[in-house]
Ligand binder design. Structure first.
Ligand SMILES: C[S@@+](CC[C@H](N)C(=O)[O-])C[C@H]1O[C@@H](n2cnc3c(N)ncnc32)[C@H](O)[C@@H]1O
Length: 251
């Protein structure tokens, strides 16, 4: 990409960010407009990080990342021995996957991603990201995807599994700033499927998956030997284990 284009995009996104931040401070905003702005602020925040990093590097990729494993959307869960990609630091590669993956085909033996894929809109962006994972994997390489287990949470709601629902509430939602509002167990289901809007820095959940939906989606991309798998302590985040669906597939 040309340096002029990068600088122009960065300037545009910075000016958008300033306008939206200023508007959000206006306490007289109509609620419907405020919700639209929050949504916009989330996208602008990530775009600002993405274009800001490209600008800093003047379009050049970072060198010296030589790993045959890729983590996507790791956030602060940085994995040594991996190329860590996320649109916020401390990733090695600051990038928005919805633009594709900035690597040559067949660059990796293994792709890992946990609690990221539900943040990608379904089906267009979700399929684009999976096709890109498929492209950058070498033949026989594998992907391990962990997502919030939509099936488990719906089942727990239906069967009134108090212990599980209380744990979900305590571990996932009790420390949020601003605090989340939960008036009943169905709100836990709502958060899992949609997540909250009130914090511009917290990316939205766009879609929820269970074993069948994620399995068939992976199959539609061309993956094989798709199976539900278990928590792997080498990569997975222990605090998310109890409500995560882990799926593995081979290229
Ligand atoms: C809920 S956090 C999960 C972090 C970590 N995997 C964990 O389990 O603790 C979701 C991460 O996905 C990243 N993310 C969301 N959408 C993304 C996108 N389009 N491109 C790159 N990263 C994205 C966010 O920045 C965030 O770090």
């Amino acid at each position: 990409m040309k340096s002029r284009e990068i600088h122009k995009s960065y300037r545009n996104v910075t000016s958008l960010k300033k306008s939206v931040d200023r508007l959000l401070k206006d306490s007289s905003l109509a609620p419907a407009f405020k919700i639209t702005l929050f949504q916009l602020a989330k996208d602008i925040e990530s775009a600002h990080s993405f274009w800001g990093d490209l600008r800093k590097r003047n379009g050049k990729r970072k060198t010296a990342i030589h790993a045959d494993k890729l983590q996507i959307g790791g956030g602060r869960h940085y994995l040594e021995g991996f190329v860590n990609l996320d649109f916020f630091p401390p990733a090695d590669v600051i990038w928005d996957c919805r633009y594709g993956l900035p690597f040559r085909k067949e660059s990796f033996k293994f792709v890992f991603s946990e609690h990221f894929f539900e943040h990608i809109d379904f089906p267009i962006a979700a399929k684009k990201v999976l096709r890109e994972i498929y492209r950058v994997l070498e033949p026989g390489g594998s992907v391990l995807l962990g997502v919030p287990d939509g099936g488990k949470v719906v089942r727990a709601y239906y069967k009134k599994e108090k212990r599980f629902l209380d744990k979900l509430r305590d571990k996932c939602y009790s420390n949020r700033r601003p605090p989340v509002e939960i008036y009943g167990n169905l709100d836990l289901v709502n958060y899992l499927f949609r997540d909250q809007l009130d914090n511009p820095r917290y990316a939205t959940h766009y879609w929820a998956y269970d074993e069948m939906s994620l399995g068939n989606l992976l199959k539609s991309i061309g993956f094989r030997k798709i199976k539900k798998t278990s928590f792997d302590k080498r990569y997975c985040n222990p605090k998310r284990k109890f409500y995560t669906l882990y799926m593995e597939a081979i290229k």
